[in-house]
Write a protein that binds this ligand. Structure first.
Ligand code: ATP
Length: 229
């Protein structure tokens, strides 16, 4: 479904990804982990078509990624770009006007699930509730690929927990592939099918989480540390 063939990405003099080969298929939640600056966000942005490889090719269903791919990919960046004068409900309506695949019914269900108030102004939301709203906007699109860049960073444990629960409840695993970058390895481990470890722009490990547990008797964090060592 998603394929990286020998992908290298340079930013001026910095090489963020080096000759990456990767295949990911639908129906999985995949964690992308690694130290700061290892290339996680770069990998997501290449799939979202926001940047392009310096060498090699990224394809989705055998089609080369261009900006048009946005129709198949929902991307939650590590920043938020809300119009702060809007209410939560205005923001949903705005997304519905921008994306033909926006599922308003699912978005409203998620608003209830996360105890957000539709009438609240975005500028009055707490940091945790802004993050919840961001997740809702990313997940409520009926697209095959959902990319979540650091959805848990800087949030308290209760908010992290509610976001993880909402992922399990609202993702359509028959039809969607979810790729999550995170440093909160222990917390997301329970929802991951696969995990990819990046170091200095290269993939140093890619495994099924169940296999790690059964064959190597290791948790994801322990496995990552052993690869880094
Ligand atoms: N626009 C840019 N211009 C120059 N260098 C960049 C740019 N974006 C990223 N880099 C560099 O590329 C490398 C990989 O960055 P990337 O953001 O992909 O890493 P990351 O694993 O997501 O890091 P973090 O965990 O800190 O978010 C880093 O060394 C970073 O400084």
């Amino acid at each position: 479904m998603i394929q990286f063939s020998n992908v290298t990405k340079h930013y001026k003099r910095k090489t963020a990804l080096k000759e990456v080969n990767l295949e990911l298929s639908l129906g999985n939640i995949i964690g992308l982990i690694g130290e700061n600056g290892s290339g996680k966000s770069t990998l997501l942005k290449l799939i979202a078509g926001l940047i392009h490889p310096s060498n090699g090719e990224v394809t989705i269903s055998e089609e080369k990624v261009t900006r048009r791919i946005a129709a198949k990919v929902s991307y939650l960046s590590d920043h938020d770009h809300f119009y702060s004068y809007m209410t939560v409900s205005d923001t949903l309506a705005f997304y519905q006007s921008q994306f033909a695949d926006f599922n308003m019914e699912k978005a409203k269900e998620m608003i209830n699930f996360m105890n957000l108030e539709a009438a609240d102004k975005v500028k009055h939301l707490s940091k945790g509730n802004r993050s919840r709203l961001k997740i809702i906007l990313a997940i409520a699109r009926d697209v095959p690929i959902v990319l979540l860049d650091e959805p848990l960073s800087g949030l308290d444990p209760l908010v992290r927990d509610s976001i993880i629960k909402s992922l399990i409840s609202f993702i359509d695993l028959e039809k969607q592939l979810i790729l999550i970058t995170t440093h909160e390895v222990m917390e997301v481990e329970m929802i991951l099918d696969e995990v990819i470890v990046l170091k200095d722009g290269q993939i140093i490990g890619h495994n099924h989480v169940d296999d790690l547990r059964m064959r190597e008797n290791k948790g994801v964090l322990e496995w990552m540390k052993s690869l880094y060592a």
